[in-house]
Each structure stands twice: as C-alpha cells, then as structure tokens.
Design a protein around this ligand. Structure first.
Ligand SMILES: Nc1ncnc2c1ncn2[C@@H]1O[C@H](COP(=O)(O)OP(=O)(O)OP(=O)(O)O)[C@@H](O)[C@H]1O
Length: 244
C-alpha cells in the first residue's frame, strides 16, 4: 500500500471546533483529494507532512511509518522525506531563487548562503528554465516562475512523495493549463507519488487516478466516485472509485 492514512484530530478555534476523521488507503501514484472549502483538505496534507499532529491513528507511506500514535512514532517533517507545495507557494521573500530552492536541501532552519552551489539545485534551475533568474527575488518573478521555484524546492531533495495544495489556484487560465501539463509530465518522469488537493474538476480529470471526496472532515461516501470515465470503465472499490 503506497498511502495508508487513518487519522483523527479535533481543532478548536474559539467556540468552533472541527473534527478530521479520515481513512484513506491507496496504491495509486496520483491521488486527488477534492472537496469544498473548509472540508479538511489542507489539514490532511499537513498531517502527512508532519506539520499537524493527529490525536489518534497512523500514517504510512509505502510501508514506512511516519506517524503511529499507539507505537509512539512521530517523525519530524524533515525526516519524513515528503515534498510540500503550499497553496501560496510560501517562498522566502528575502532569499533569491537559487537560495529558495537550496532551502529544500537544508536540514535546519539556517538560510542557504547567497551564491550557494549544489548539483541538485543547478539541475532543477536548468530543468525549470530558471537559470537566468537564479539571483532574483520571488517578487521579481511571474506567477508561473514562482510556482516552478516552489516545485523545485519541494522536489530538490528527491522526496518519497509530493503533496500539492491547490498548485494551480493562483495562476491564470492559460498558465494553469501549461503548468498542469508540466506537472503531469514531471510526475510521470520521476514516478513520484503525488497527493493533490483541489476544487477544480480539471485537476481531478488529469491527476485523479484515485479520487477522494472530502466533506466536513470525512470522506464523502456518496460522492467519492469523482471518476470521469463511464461506469463500465471505472472500478468501484468501497467508498472510492478507481479510474482505469
Ligand atoms: N489551526 C486551526 N485551529 C482551528 N481550526 C482550524 C485550524 N486550521 C484549520 N482549521 C479549521 O479546519 C477546517 C478545515 O480547514 P482546511 O484548511 O483543512 O480546509 P480546506 O479543505 O483545505 O479548505 P480550502 O479549500 O478553503 O483551503 C476549517 O473549518 C478551518 O477553519
């Protein structure tokens, strides 16, 4: 099993509380978590990345335990070897492109120095056509360039999986189309498992080999079958549908 997630977590903000209660198992390399705003999609990714500690349950990635409440396992985010592309990219505004990408290789929180050289960083600068702007700051880049920098930072350390939080939401329509294709090609080339969260049905169509519909912190048994193939070509499997 590539992804084996069974977590419970309750969050409180003033008088409001939100309960995440999620069981997600999949052997697919392209998973989409789809659902309305506030459904718990980002919280799910944060739990996998180690940025949110569940109260109960476990998270396993390709047989490796990242979190297990009963066994007392809770790997630190950097030890999880999971790349995370944040919704707003979360680039460091005071670091240039090369330093931002190099940050993905850092073990601690020290900023990579200006002009830092590392083969993997240079490789991704070239691969994403960012060489000529390696010394520029994020606010001197276009939306698509910013997204490439964030993606390069997320994959430079060769993670075991890539988590993408609405990766195309900040892009205009034509750029969205181009970046979707680039990400799809990249995933196929690297054969890296991805979990992508989105509101956009087109993302579901392109990346949703296995689609999970989330609502109010739970998988929605009624609507998880977001597969766009005819029923005859889709395999119903519990409360999910696998597109073939
Ligand atoms: N730190 C927190 N403390 C309390 N409640 C939180 C916290 N973070 C998120 N929540 C609540 O948890 C719920 C789910 O949040 P989450 O960010 O996972 O939603 P989402 O499905 O990713 O939404 P969107 O599509 O709008 O990004 C929301 O109701 C949110 O207000």
């Amino acid at each position: 099993m590539l992804f084996d997630i069974d977590i419970r977590k309750t969050l409180q903000a003033g008088s409001r509380s939100f309960a995440l209660n999620l069981q997600l198992q999949s052997s697919s390399q392209r998973i989409v978590i789809y659902g309305p705003s506030g459904a718990g999609k980002s919280l799910t990714l944060k739990a996998v990345a180690g940025l949110l500690r569940p109260e109960h349950g476990h998270i396993r990635l390709n047989g490796r335990t990242l979190f297990d409440q009963r066994a007392g396992v809770n790997l630190a985010p950097q030890a999880r070897q999971v790349g995370y592309l944040f919704q707003d990219y979360a680039l460091f505004p005071h670091l240039d492109v090369r330093q931002n990408i190099a940050f993905g290789l850092s073990r601690g929180w020290l900023n990579p120095r200006t002009g830092v050289r590392h083969d993997a960083v240079e490789y991704w600068l070239r691969a994403f056509g960012l060489e000529t702007m390696a010394h520029q700051l994020p606010d001197e880049l276009s939306g698509g360039q910013r997204q490439r920098v964030a993606l390069a930072r997320a994959i430079v350390a060769r993670p075991r999986a890539l988590l993408l939080d609405e990766p195309f939401a900040a892009l205009d329509l034509s750029l969205r189309h181009t970046m979707r294709r680039e990400l799809s090609d990249l995933q196929q080339h690297l054969q890296i498992p991805i979990v992508l969260i989105t509101h956009d049905p087109q993302d579901v169509e392109i990346f949703g080999d296995h689609v999970f519909q989330l609502r109010d912190g739970r998988l929605d048994a009624q609507e998880t079958a977001a597969c766009h193939l005819p029923a005859s070509e889709a395999l119903a499997c519990g409360n999910t549908t696998i597109c073939r």
